[in-house]
Design a protein around this ligand. Sequence first.
Ligand SMILES: [Zn+2]
Ligand SMILES: [Zn+2]
Length: 186
Amino acid sequence: MLITHDTRCSLDAVVDLVNTAPEDDTAADGLADVAALQDFVRNHDISDVGMLSEFDLSAVRKIRGRFAGIFAAPDPRIAAGMINELVAAAGTTPRLTDHDGYDWHVHYFAPGASVADHLAADCGMALAFFVVAGEQERLRRCEAPDCRRAFVDLSRNRSRRYCDSRTCGNRLHVAAYRARRKEAAG
Ligand SMILES: [Zn+2]
Ligand SMILES: [Zn+2]
């Protein structure tokens, strides 16, 4: 499937956003305060969102939970329903742009949108394209039992199982190898 630069940026942003959520009650929230949200906005070049507030922080945390649900959706129909709801609530104004030397592409966020609505509109539409392309199953969560981070599988044959093959994938391989060794030795 064709993935344009903005879709790619939106995918990176939504994966990072979902993965800022604490994995359990003891873990720290990656979006603990407004400063953390400011860093997130800067790192992902999210434009025109103005001064950020506590209100923005809680709104972004709320849509983070909804995006997490989309990555966990068992089938395209459920994912589609969630995406429709998220994007409709944000409101969108599709418009063509060729900013910063990129080819023509469409932005979805409405003028003056809050950071939460900006993310819901543009990241929501980026995920929508996966449903349209019959590729919803590429929106995944890591299969390592103690990880479950979100990722988008962009491999040719949809074979990616871990958020990061060097850490999660490798960790599992090592564990399986040790178990086999132990069995052989026993
Ligand atoms: Zn753009
Ligand atoms: Zn992982």
